[in-house]
Design a protein around this ligand. Structure first.
Ligand code: GLN
Length: 303
């Protein structure tokens, strides 16, 4: 398989899709990102990395970080987390409040904001520094010591974070947060504000393609835990469009409103695509299109 040629061809095929969709504007710091950009990277389990387009342009990782906080918590405590958060698709927007109330403060899954706040809370209890633990894991797996949060995005998230604050306070009222609400939110906002490029994110996601092995060969979690993580990504990783993503792409994937999406082909490689213009569910238009083409051309979906 000539990966480089394949990625270059996909990048030129998705060019007509750039400009469709809308850059996230819920915080001013993200609304300023110019549209029309597209990058794609592929990291093989053997350690090779291929990229095309704007694959080395850093962007706001946003909800893609939810994969890594969940992995850190599951690696540390296994199934105990599932008492506090479910693992069913939500069928609702990622920042929805209504479902959380009628389900009595147990978020539907760890990839909607309410569930991710519970995961960050757990990581904070486990490590004393949820953001630091996440950043260090990403630096080690991506092999990039410079990975960090963008302070302007973090500040903007905080200033416009009323919905996340409402979710966190509601969780606390249901006794589903262990730490101070403001401290959990601070770690969560900095987590969302991490900046990475497609190459770094593809490398950082490889532990899921390697069935639980980290970049240095150490076991991070068991093969069966890697399988479970991939399953939750497949069913819940792309908000209320997870069904459509499975239909079109057929891979475990996780998107963020910065326009990034990571996807896993177990045993083979990890992919990251980025295009800041989003569809109505909050997934990158060009990114989903590129992954759709990738699995169609290679036949490498999990189906
Ligand atoms: N920072 C965003 C939020 O909490 C992340 C959401 C996302 O990427 N879906 O609203």
């Amino acid at each position: 398989m000539n990966y480089q040629q394949l990625l270059d061809e996909i990048a030129s095929e998705v060019r007509p899709f750039l400009g469709q969709g809308k850059v996230a504007d819920y915080i001013p710091a993200l609304a300023r990102v110019p549209g029309g950009q597209f990058g794609m990277a592929l990291a093989t389990v053997e350690g090779e990395v291929f990229g095309t387009g704007d694959w080395q342009t850093p962007f706001s990782v946003q909800s893609v970080t939810k994969v890594f906080t969940l992995a850190l918590v599951l690696a540390a405590e296994g199934d105990a987390l599932w008492r506090r958060v479910g693992r069913e698709p939500s069928g609702n927007p990622f920042n929805s409040l209504v479902q959380l109330e009628y389900e009595k403060g147990i978020p539907r899954n760890p990839f909607i904001n309410a569930g991710a706040l519970v995961v960050t809370d757990r990581l904070l209890t486990q490590t004393g520094d949820a953001f630091g633990a996440l950043r260090d894991f990403l630096r080690a797996e991506a092999g990039s010591a410079g990975i960090d949060a963008d302070p302007e995005v973090a500040r903007s998230e905080r200033e416009h974070g009323h919905r996340n604050a409402a979710l966190a306070h509601f969780l606390a009222s249901c006794r589903n947060l262990e730490n101070d609400v403001d401290v959990v939110l601070d770690h969560y906002f900095r987590q969302c504000a991490l900046r990475m490029h497609c190459g770094e994110l593809a490398r950082a996601t490889l532990f899921l393609a390697r069935h639980g092995l980290r970049a240095d060969g150490r076991r991070f979690f068991s093969r069966s835990e890697a399988k479970r993580m991939n399953a939750v990504m497949l069913t819940c990783g792309t908000y209320d469009a997870a069904g459509d993503f499975a239909y079109r792409v057929g891979l475990p994937g996780k998107s963020g409103v910065g326009g990034g999406i990571v996807a896993v082909i177990p045993g083979r490689c990890a992919l990251c695509v980025w295009g800041p213009e989003l569809d109505r569910s909050g997934n990158s238009v060009a990114g989903v299109e590129a992954l759709d083409r990738f699995t169609t051309r290679t036949g490498w979906s999990v189906f």
